[in-house]
Ligand binder design. Sequence first.
Ligand code: PMP
Length: 282
Amino acid sequence: RTVYVNGEFVAEEAAKISVFDRGFIFADGVYEVSSVIGGKLIDNAAHLARLARSCKALSIDLPASGDEITAIQKELITRNDLDEGVVYLQVTRGAADRDFPFPKVATPSLVMFTQVKTLVASKAAEAGIRVITTPDLRWGRCDIKTVQLLGAVLAKQAAADAGVDDAWFVDAGGDVTEGSSNNAYIVKDGRIITRALSTALLPGITRASVVKLAAETGMTIEERPFTVAEAQGADEAFVTSATTFVTPVIRIDGAKVGAGTPGPVARRLREIYINHALKTAV
Ligand code: PMP
């Protein structure tokens, strides 16, 4: 596999980053994951716009323009002959002697790699996934897509230990914030309910597309918090992200959601989203 590191395309075994890189030392960096279908990038412009927003929020200088980053993403797709999967990209503040405040001189690092994944013909989407809920122990700026992901790591490990697929974060007030790496939704009486954007959750790129597509299709969307009990009593539940598109959730903490099988709204939205993705891929 060829990876990209600070201006160079190199074999993954030969790729090098400083041990003083602040991404490694402080998780002082941000990332994006763009999906690839048929060798083309899905919703990529929106991912790069969020990258710019994340960098701005942390005062990290973007090391390349959106067009330059897109060109590198495409070059990597070509070099790795990637048909279906993801391009991961990460920007960190760069390497400097260890000290907390921003260094006076540091050149931001830009790293990218590809991963092969089956996205469209996903078994998880076909069968639906089971989730547990877990206290949201993350920090107060979950709207910034930082590489500081221990909250998600521990939540996903708890899910694996419980023998299920994923975890939903629950805030101190008992409301669901989002999934460990996706946005969370429920459906009740035909209405789609998802938490409104705030500093408590990531503004998902897939969320933005799905909310827009659902509205265009005449579906009703209610942006408000919901509790675990409300989710367990819903007709359907689902998650969205760049890698899962729209994936039904069939059990929450062991309780069946609806019939305990993927519901019609989630299925329809998945189909609509994939059509949009294929039509707009670049
Ligand atoms: N929330 C969190 C915490 C995530 O990590 C992700 C995936 N990066 C999402 C939501 C979904 O965002 P997107 O649709 O942009 O992949």
